[in-house]
Design a binder for this molecule. Structure first.
Ligand code: UDP
Length: 253
């Protein structure tokens, strides 16, 4: 396997599936199956899941409510999603632990780095709930921070797009995907990978990010096996683009 320890970031929105709100059971089980398959290879798996399918702090501000209160509501939303994922994994006989950045002792363990490492070493899938546990952050930042703390080899950002594009592929038909790109180029080109706090944490700690399509069955496992799918963001390396239907990579001049 290419990686010994990974941190998988899943967005809350992806959990909605075709729904407008909440958790889609089919999507949830699909994610659990994918995680199970990877954990079965011996790769240690940590997961951070967002809460955007339930609540985001900025929504509270839009209602005229307190932003900080809204952020805590968002963090609690991530705990709900984390609990759902934990149950889905347990249904598939995968051993899991949910560690939370907010203390909710009846349902999760408090986040302790050493405890997280111990669980991972024992082969348990570790889910980090409640983000960092502080307002004004996102679950992308939590994913970067926890990945650095547990010395994960890579952050795998599962989205509904299959990588980073030169422009928004849903708006611009000429947009092409980067199989590889550097942190500096992402910043120079103002490409949207993660929020800046999350992105900078990865850059400063030399932690590679792979953006990939999590909704395509088998993609997660392919990544672990070393297949080049999605977009890899690293410190250095050639930046290339791949035109649709074209197997040749072209250097960016
Ligand atoms: N949040 C926070 N601190 C954190 C993580 C999350 O305040 O460390 C709040 C924030 O309001 C955020 C919400 O929780 O909008 C849900 O997380 P996020 O928007 O990252 O979820 P995603 O977009 O991945 O579904």
């Amino acid at each position: 396997m290419k990686y010994n320890r990974i941190l998988l970031k899943l967005s809350g929105e992806a959990l909605m599936g075709e729904q407008q709100y909440g958790i889609d059971a089919v999507r949830l089980m699909q994610y659990a199956e994918e995680i199970k398959a990877v954990a079965a290879t011996g790769t240690q798996v940590a997961v951070v899941i967002g809460g955007g399918n339930i609540f985001r702090g900025v929504q509270a501000a839009a209602f005229g409510l307190d932003r900080v209160q809204g952020d805590y509501m968002g963090m609690l939303a991530t705990v709900i999603n984390s609990m759902a994922l934990q149950s889905a994994l347990e249904k598939l006989d995968v051993s899991t632990r949910l560690l939370s950045g907010l203390t909710i002792q009846q349902v999760c363990e408090p986040y302790l780095r050493r405890r997280a490492l111990r669980h991972l070493e024992k082969g348990r899938v570790v889910i980090f709930g409640a983000g960092i546990g502080s307002p004004y952050f996102t679950t992308d930042s939590a994913a970067s921070l926890r990945a650095i703390e547990i010395e994960a080899d890579v952050v795998l950002k599962g989205t509904r797009v299959d990588g980073i594009y030169t422009a928004d592929p849903e708006k611009d038909p000429t947009a092409v995907r980067y199989p590889e790109i550097t942190f500096d180029e992402v910043m120079a080109k103002n490409l949207n990978v993660m929020d800046m706090t999350a992105f900078t944490l990865c850059k400063e700690n030399n932690l590679p990010i792979i953006v990939f399509d999590m909704n395509k069955t088998g993609n997660l496992q392919r990544l672990i096996e070393g297949d080049t799918i999605g977009t890899l963001v690293t410190m250095k390396g050639p930046s290339t683009v791949q035109n649709p239907g074209d197997s040749e990579l072209q250097p960016i001049l």
